[in-house]
Design a protein around this ligand. Structure first.
Ligand SMILES: CC(C)(COP(=O)(O)OP(=O)(O)OC[C@H]1O[C@@H](n2cnc3c(N)ncnc32)[C@H](O)[C@@H]1OP(=O)(O)O)[C@@H](O)C(=O)NCCC(=O)NCCS
Length: 245
């Protein structure tokens, strides 16, 4: 498939096409990260150049992905904690006029009917070019391992070591990055923290949560912890840091 790459905000696109693109992306609780709510407005305003859309020959969107620029020494110890911390650091870095040198790929989505056909590889390649264009030597990503939802009880440190018989990473999304030459740096066990009331979690998960304790939830990469007296559900999402060449 020959694809064209544009900045997502470059022009208006039909609503139905965008809805199709996002039709089966993320669980509802993904938006329950309170810190992200504070920062995402500035990301959308300031980092439009790092937000790409891929279009097919008929000008119909097939994938979109975005990232944020920040400064990173290249040392593991200086890595952001994960997705949320990257966004905080990028926004605050821009406010303090820190010159970025690293692109953090934060999100990617492929139209549901085109999954498994290598479109994501093209998207990641286009995102990586953004760093080349800007003269940033480093590209990293807090990768959300998509198959981890089947193993919510397994510690992320173990999960990321799992490989198939052919030696490739077991997780398909880690594998896509890996196939493009990216290497794992370390686990990011607390990449995002989602919180909500018990009623909100019941709505997001479709579960009845009558008692305090840990629950396996649909599409959760780890478990949800419910504290009934505090009327609070907390879910901490693990990712894995990968670095592209
Ligand atoms: C994660 C995502 C971007 C990957 O896109 P993609 O274009 O399907 O990726 P690939 O084509 O490189 O597929 C990767 C592997 O998963 C397999 N796969 C993924 N989705 C599949 C599907 N629906 N059916 C069959 N195989 C699938 C592919 O066969 C491939 O396996 P291989 O390495 O053995 O060839 C896409 O699945 C998606 O949009 N998911 C929802 C949003 C999300 O989770 N984004 C990532 C976190 S930000």
């Amino acid at each position: 498939m020959s694809l064209n790459v544009e900045r997502t905000g470059e022009r208006e696109r039909p609503d139905d096409q965008m809805e199709r693109l996002f039709a089966a992306g993320f669980p509802e609780f993904i938006t329950a990260d309170k810190l992200i709510k504070q920062y995402i407005g500035r990301v959308r305003e300031w980092f439009t150049d790092q937000d790409l859309i891929l279009l097919d020959g008929d000008d119909v969107p097939v994938a979109t992905g975005w990232g944020v620029p920040l400064r990173w020494t290249g040392e593991i110890a200086d890595l952001p904690t994960g997705y949320t911390d990257s966004i905080v650091r990028a926004v605050e870095g821009r406010e303090q006029q820190v010159k970025p040198d690293t692109l953090v790929i934060c999100g990617a989505i492929v139209r549901p009917d085109l999954k498994g056909q290598g479109v994501a590889g093209e998207l990641l390649t286009a995102l990586r070019h953004l760093a080349d264009e800007a003269g940033w030597p480093r590209v990293i990503a807090p990768v959300r391992p998509t198959l981890k939802a089947r193993y919510p009880l397994t510690p992320i440190d173990w999960y990321i070591t799992w490989t198939r018989d052919d030696g490739a990473p077991l997780d398909p999304w880690i594998r896509t990055h890996w196939r493009l030459g990216a290497r794992m740096l370390q686990a990011a066990p607390e990449s995002q923290t989602m919180t909500g009331t018990v009623a909100e979690w019941e709505r997001w998960t479709g579960l009845v949560l009558l008692e305090s304790g840990d629950y396996v939830i649909p599409d959760g990469l780890s478990v949800l912890h419910v504290d009934r007296p505090a009327d609070l559900g907390t879910y901490v999402e693990p990712n894995v840091w990968m670095q592209h060449k």
